[in-house]
Design a protein around this ligand. Structure first.
Ligand SMILES: NC(=O)C1=CN([C@@H]2O[C@H](COP(=O)(O)OP(=O)(O)OC[C@H]3O[C@@H](n4cnc5c(N)ncnc54)[C@H](OP(=O)(O)O)[C@@H]3O)[C@@H](O)[C@H]2O)C=CC1
Ligand SMILES: O=C(O)C1=N[C@H](C(=O)O)C[C@H](O)C1
Length: 270
């Protein structure tokens, strides 16, 4: 069997460079195009090691499409990603997307664009974060209060994190399905610092976003009810935590004919 031809958008970024290294090292894949505007024209051997020697970084998605990749992986920034994904869909190239920060309207339009072509968009590819979201949904009907705290490195551009938004959505969905009322509202009436109580999503789940140099990606869901709290916490200590989930999605996406959100369905054990 020939190796699967992979293209990467955001190859010079924190996650994109980890993904490129994995593609270069794992058997069964060939890195045929790597795009990052600031690296255009550079031999990626300098950045990714000798496995990448001779692979020249490309400037844009058009240059990537011209290399005929079988799957494209995208870890960039939401606005750039949205436009690039429309071009990939038009070229009938399946995509695996980790970029966060899409609007609801962009997600809807991507769903339409990928009718007939595989696409996986996941807010978090690490197994621990996926299980954290599942545990949070399982606990949601049993508690009266919940708040989410997420902490990321200080270079992150979107807030709150895509993972915390998806966790909030899964929590409110689980409560609705269990016919439970919304969470208790707090009684803060003297808010002395704007934002001190975080931001409210999906009606009543508060998210607090911390941005700290030295952090990678950390999510904590804290539930409360009379006399007790329950904390579910996940930490990504290194970007390699996302790689196995990305490769799993790459293996599955060519068998899809539409946009799938999340990789839960590929894990089994439902
Ligand atoms: N789903 C998941 O599991 C995960 C998702 N993420 C998400 O992935 C995204 C990237 O994260 P991270 O790697 O930390 O961010 P980085 O800023 O380190 O990487 C993004 C890279 O994309 C480049 N870029 C910008 N525009 C384009 C474009 N049009 N074409 C190609 N490359 C482009 C950037 O270049 P420049 O620096 O010049 O702008 C940068 O090198 C974020 O949205 C983040 O939230 C992150 C971790 C895990
Ligand atoms: O920007 C990051 O780093 C991460 N982004 C994703 C998110 O917004 O949820 C996934 C993970 O938290 C790392």
């Amino acid at each position: 069997m020939t190796d699967m031809r992979i293209g990467v958008l955001g190859a010079g970024g924190k996650v994109g460079s980890s993904v490129c290294r994995a593609i270069l090292e794992e058997p069964g894949y060939e890195l045929v195009a790597a795009v990052d505007p600031k690296l255009a024209g550079i031999d990626l051997g300098q950045m990714l090691g000798r496995n990448a020697a001779g692979l020249i970084a490309r400037r844009d998605v058009e240059a990537l499409i011209s290399e005929a990749p079988e799957v494209v992986i995208d870890f960039t920034e939401a606005r750039a990603s949205f436009h690039n994904l429309l071009k990939l869909a038009q070229a009938q190239i399946p995509a695996v997307v980790g970029t966060t920060g899409f609007t609801d309207d962009e997600m809807r339009r991507l769903g339409e664009a990928f009718e007939g072509v595989g696409c996986v968009i996941a807010s978090n590819f690490s197994i621990g974060a996926i299980l954290m979201m599942r545990c949070a949904a399982m606990c949601a009907p049993f508690f009266e209060s919940v708040e989410i705290v997420e902490a990321h490195h200080d270079q992150k551009v979107d807030a709150p994190s895509g993972t915390s938004l998806e966790t909030a959505m899964r929590i409110t969905d689980a409560r609705r399905v269990a016919n439970q009322p919304g969470f208790l509202q707090d009684r803060t009436s003297n808010l002395k610092v704007e934002g001190a109580r975080g931001g409210v999503v999906d009606g009543d789940v508060r998210i607090h976003s911390l941005r700290l140099r030295g952090a990678v990606a950390h999510h904590e869901v804290i539930f409360g009810t009379a006399s007790q709290t329950l904390t579910i916490r996940h930490d990504s200590h290194d970007r390699s935590s996302f790689v196995p989930g990305v490769l799993l999605a790459v293996d599955r996406v060519t068998g899809l004919d539409r946009l799938v959100v999340g990789i839960d369905g590929f894990l089994g054990q439902d």
